[in-house]
Design a protein around this ligand. Sequence first.
Ligand SMILES: Nc1ncnc2c1ncn2[C@@H]1O[C@H](COP(=O)(O)OP(=O)(O)OP(=O)(O)O)[C@@H](O)[C@H]1O
Length: 353
Amino acid sequence: MSSTRTSRHGSDPVGSASTVAPGDVLIRFEDVRKEFRNQTVAVDDLDLEVRKGELLVLVGPSGCGKSTTLRMVNRLVEPTGGRILLDGADIMSTDAVALRRRVGYVIQNVGLFPHKTVAQNVATVPGLLGWDRKRTRARVEELLTLVGLAPETYSKRFPHELSGGERQRVGVARALAVDPPVLLMDEPFGAVDPEGRRRLQTEFRRIQSELGTTVMLVTHDIDEAVLLGDRVAVFSKGGIIEQIDTPLRLLSQPANAFVENFIGAGRSMRMLGLGDVARDDLRSLDAVHPGAELASIPLGTTLDEAFAELAVSETGAVIVTEGDQPVGLLTADDLLSSLRRLVAEDHREALAG
Ligand SMILES: Nc1ncnc2c1ncn2[C@@H]1O[C@H](COP(=O)(O)OP(=O)(O)OP(=O)(O)O)[C@@H](O)[C@H]1O
């Protein structure tokens, strides 16, 4: 995907017209309950705050109430108790159709209109809002470029002429069309093959932070949760939040056995995936024996990738480079120090606020 920035378009009743500053609460669940007609209580007594500009991931086992929680925000499911405030206003006193135009929604398999072209799909909400043709066209081109689909190649294609990953990109572009202040995503990358998924996830993370969109994303995949989330809420049955924390804190300090169990055995490796090799953690190149043949990795390599290199290194060390210059040596001990630094920094941030 390109790094094109999109400009803000259209009226934005919850975003630009709002008094909510980045980091303040944009969505607030207060004692929210959803009991379906068959008496299933999907969510009970839920209190949750989503801060403006954050990507909050809801993760948990199947049937624990994640999708129900998400779908209550745009009133696809109506709460039977408590209230949900969006920018201070109770969603139940907001017109449901108007609400859904302002709150983007992306689901697995996207649900693109099969008989409409890519451009027409992306233009759906601008069309409903009565945007003129020129403005709509410019926005569609801007968004397709943003999600990495060259408009000249893709605009006129139909959904069946796209790969799963491309369809998912169109779904994201469509949801972003009128620059919604809130984007709800339910297993958005679930139908994409594992390799394409990691790329889409990383690209989506970049787009989200560029646009500053507030995102609630549902997944059952803990790896996706820790890769994408600013914060991650771990749910258990009945919409109970067992822990809500930064990915690192979740991995380093699971609140209870349920969370620990849900995170599973790959906890340490997942933690390593959250950090990068930094200059401060390296030791001097003087320690390298003349004639030793060492593998090299660039500064900024993730710690899990560095670990994989160290695991196959006969000397137990790798050279770290910047550009084509070696800048230091990394050993398993240094990797451990990096991880400790990461956890300590996260802990300090938590204490600070
Ligand atoms: N329309 C409905 N009518 C009755 N029960 C429902 C309805 N929708 C969901 N449920 C039930 O509510 C509970 C929570 O469902 P929900 O879809 O929110 O879970 P989830 O955590 O998103 O699960 P998954 O990861 O499998 O999608 C489940 O027990 C489900 O069977």
